[in-house]
Structure formats: structure tokens, C-alpha cells
Design a protein around this ligand. Structure first.
Ligand code: EPU
Length: 429
């Protein structure tokens, strides 16, 4: 009935402290991974975001017992779960629903899950997931948008991933932790959330070694037991606040982070002209001068994350001179460019390259085309002169906990506003 929008009056420097929530991309993998566990999993530092609500609802509908202990702690018990097809409508709304395939295969030797949804960056294939499941002995059929997986018994194997893939690496780990024998994943992704999922599985009794390196070795165990696990802080949420602090020429202490996970972002911000000071579990970003032009190439971890590309583009749109962003992970992550242009950015896109000529931004109405594009609109709105209105903010709420209040506490002039839809207007008339 009402469309939620974010309204920002730009031009205020961010100052103060902000607490980073648990990592989205770890949480949305660890929650389905509880299917593999016959016992109670207590998971702490869960971010309060819509993608988490969705994956929890999927598990609940599939027979998991879920208890909210407090705002950031969940207990999930899948011990009495029986095999069931995953709920189609919900699976199609998010990317991480593909982890249900690995988890269900690992527990029940079968899975039926709709092809995942999530942000639209052009083609998002799952051939490497399929290759991994087949190597472990599963038969995979994809028909009418549904993935059917079945194995008599999963057996360990060597899996070489042709493409570094976060999703395929985690999915193969999930399928392999209870498969008989010794599985090796070669050319895996090394993102912090890969290590977090492996640590979660190990704390429940699995035997996964080498996560975060070039080779992951898994010795299958018969069953996983319950336990308590705390999710790592969100690398991309932290990076987004780091960029916002620099972009507004502010000074922000970003708390509850793992500075090592942020090195590529810190290095780029220093090149742009910001000061970045690392502490044990926090990072201070301050900036007062002009922004230097820089070139950015997105790469798998430990390279500069693709999920920080739109946010850094927002900052570079007001830097001195011409910056270049080379997007090497996704075919089409540039849908945010047309929206930034509405605010006055001067950006040309050619294939996977964006050429950004520094200019001035001023407020307008823009859309959040996807999650990180939405974060870029927020940063651009904070920089822009005048009022920026961001629509379609559902995307932002999928992955950022309480972004308006966190930014408000740093001094931003930002609020949620509600616009009646046409239907409500007609009723009012
Ligand atoms: N790819 C293949 N075949 C596959 C899988 C991937 O060719 O079977 C290709 C993709 O087309 C892409 C590259 O490999 O070119 C990397 O894709 P990856 O599988 O790593 O991406 P993903 O698992 O679908 C996760 C994050 C994304 C993030 C990417 C890259 C989750 C739920 N999503 O997606 O996060 O962009 O890794 O780091 O973990 C976000 O949080 O905003 C987001 C989009």
C-alpha cells in the first residue's frame, strides 16, 4: 500500500562511530548449512536483514524448528526435518537459496530447489555447482526452472572449479562434509565467508581444512552435532561505511570489523586520499582534502570486491580527473550508472569498463537497481547537494541492517518516507 523510500539531504560530513553487523553472505550460507546438522545450532551475530528473514522462513517451511533468542541470535534445529522440496516462491526471491541444493544433498542425498533469484547482473550460471555435485556422484536435472538432484550415496572426489565461484565452493563443501572419503576442491573462492562457513561446519563436527587457501580438503564425517557459532562481521557493509565516511569528508570509527578483510578497500581509499587507521577490531576512516582519481579492477578475494564496485564508483564520480573501473566478475553490474547520471555523474560504460570523469552531484529521484547499486545511491545522496530520493529500497533492506538509523547516528540528514501507491490514492479520493 505504501512504497518506502529513502530521502537524503546531502552535504553533511559523517562523524562518529558505527557498529557493523554480521556478514550477510556468511549468514545466508550458514543458515541452510544447519540442515546438515542433527542437533541444535545456536548462531550468533546474525544480521537483521531481509535475505536472512527469507532463508529462515524457507527452513521453517521445510520443517526446521527456529527460535529467536535475541535480535542477533537464532537457534535452528533441523534434526527432525524430513526430505521436502524447497518452497518455490521463496527460493526464486534470493540467490543463496542455491545452498539448499548442497545442504539437502548432503543430508538426504536428494534435493528439489527452484533456480535462484537475487541481483540481476546478466547471466548467473550454476554450471560449476552442478559439476561439483556430479563429481560427488549426484545426478542433476534442471527442468522448467527447477533443480532436481539425486544420489544413491555421495562419494568424495576431486573437484576442480573452472571458475572461481563463491557459491560453487560453498555448495560443494556442503555436499561433501558428510560424503564418504576425502574430497578436494581445487581453485576454490577464498572470500572471508568461505572460511566462515568452513569454521561453522567444523565447529559442528565436520573436517574441512584449507578454506581461504588454494585447496580445500574435506574428510567426510557420518554426522554433524549441534553447537554455538558466531558469524564474522560483514566485509561489504564495513566497506560501504568506509567509502561513505571518505566520500562525505568525515571521520568515522567503524567498529566490529576484521581489518584484514578490508585491506583492498583500505588501500584503494588511501590511494584516493583518505586516511585509514586500523585497530584490532575497528577501523578509522577520515578524509578532508580532494579525492584523487584511481583505477579499480574487481577481483576475487583478496582483490577488490565486486560488491564494493558501485559504492566506490559513487565516490569517484566526484574525484579530480578520470577514474576507470574494470568489472571482472559480473557481465553487467553497471545498471547503477544511469541512476548516478541522474545525480549529475559523468560516466561512460564500454563492456565491462566504466570511465568516470569527476564532476558534481546534485539531488534527484533515483532507483536502487540492486543491493550494492542501492548502497551507491545512498553514498551519492550523502555527497549530492540538495535532496535525493531513493526508490525500490527493498533491495537495500535485503543486505544492510538499519542503514538509515546507522547513518543518522553519524550525522546524516536521512530518513525513510512513505509514498502511497496508486491504489491507496484512489481509495483516499
Ligand atoms: N560462475 C560461473 N559458473 C558458476 C558459478 C559462477 O561461471 O557455476 C561465474 C559467475 O558468472 C561470475 C563468477 O563466476 O562471473 C563469480 O560468481 P560467484 O559464483 O562467485 O557468485 P555468487 O556465488 O552467485 C556471491 C555473492 C555475490 C557476489 C559474488 C562474487 C552470495 C549470496 N552472493 O555470488 O554477492 O557478488 O559472490 O563475490 O554470496 C551481494 O552481496 O551483493 C552479491 C551480489
Amino acid at each position: 500500500m505504501f512504497l518506502e523510500r529513502i530521502v537524503i539531504n546531502g552535504g553533511k560530513s559523517l562523524r562518529g562511530e558505527v557498529e557493523i553487523s554480521g556478514a550477510k553472505n556468511a549468514a545466508v550460507a550458514i543458515i541452510p548449512a544447519t540442515i546438515l546438522v542433527e542437533g541444535i545450532c545456536r548462531i550468533e551475530n546474525i544480521p537483521n536483514i531481509k535475505d536472512v528473514d527469507l532463508i529462515v522462513e524457507i527452513l521453517y517451511k521445510m520443517g526446521a524448528i527456529v527460535r529467536n533468542i535475541d535480535k542477533t541470535t537464532l537457534e535452528i534445529d533441523c534434526s527432525k526435518m524430513r526430505f521436502a522440496a524447497a518452497p518455490s516462491d521463496l527460493c526464486r526471491k534470493m540467490r543463496a537459496s542455491y545452498y539448499l541444493v548442497g545442504a539437502l544433498l548432503g543430508r538426504f542425498s536428494q534435493a528439489q530447489v527452484d533456480m535462484p533469484g537475487g541481483c540481476d547482473f546478466g547471466v548467473r550460471p550454476i554450471d560449476q555447482h552442478v559439476k561439483g555435485f556430479e563429481a560427488l556422484g549426484a545426478n542433476i536435472i534442471i527442468e522448467h526452472g527447477i533443480i532436481y538432484a539425486k544420489a544413491n550415496e555421495l562419494k568424495a572426489n576431486n573437484v576442480y572449479l573452472d571458475q572461481v565461484s563463491v557459491g560453487a565452493t560453498i555448495n560443494v563443501m556442503l555436499a561433501a562434509v558428510r560424503a564418504k572419503g576425502h574430497t578436494i576442491i581445487e581453485n576454490p573462492a577464498k572470500e572471508p565467508h568461505i572460511v566462515d562457513v568452513a569454521n561453522f561446519l567444523n565447529s559442528m563436527g565436520a573436517d574441512v581444512k584449507g578454506a581461504g587457501t588454494d585447496l580445500i580438503k574435506i574428510d567426510g564425517v557420518e554426522r554433524l552435532h549441534g553447537g554455538t557459532y558466531t558469524i564474522i562481521p560483514d566485509q561489504i557493509e564495513a566497506g560501504t561505511y568506509m567509502v561513505a565516511a571518505a566520500a562525505t569528508k568525515g571521520e568515522v570509527l567503524i567498529k566490529n570489523v576484521i581489518p584484514k578483510h578490508l585491506e583492498s578497500i583500505s588501500a584503494k581509499l588511501m590511494e584516493i586520499g583518505a586516511d585509514v587507521i586500523e585497530f584490532d577490531d575497528s577501523i578509522l576512516v577520515k578524509c578532508s582534502g580532494e579525492f584523487n582519481k584511481v583505477n579499480v579492477k574487481t577481483l576475487p578475494y583478496p582483490g577488490f570486491p565486486t560488491d564494493m564496485h558501485p559504492q566506490i564508483a559513487a565516490l569517484l564520480s566526484v574525484a579530480n580527473g578520470t577514474s576507470i573501473i574494470n568489472e571482472s566478475i559480473w557481465d553487467n553490474r553497471f545498471r547503477y550508472v544511469d541512476e548516478l547520471k541522474r545525480l549529475g555523474a559523468n560516466i561512460q560504460v564500454d563492456g565491462k569498463i566504466a570511465v568516470i570523469e569527476g564532476s558534481h552531484l546534485s539531488g534527484a529521484t533515483v532507483k536502487a537497481c540492486d543491493l550494492r547499486a542501492g548502497a551507491a545511491m545512498v553514498i551519492a545522496g550523502l555527497i549530492a547537494k540538495g535532496t535525493t530520493i531513493i526508490e525500490d529500497i527493498d533491495h537495500i533492506e535485503r543486505g544492510y541492517e538499519d542503514i538509515t538509523n546507522k547513518l543518522k547516528s553519524l550525522g546524516a540528514d536521512i530518513c525513510l518516507s512513505y509514498k502511497p501507491t496508486k491504489l491507496v490514492k484512489e481509495k483516499i479520493v
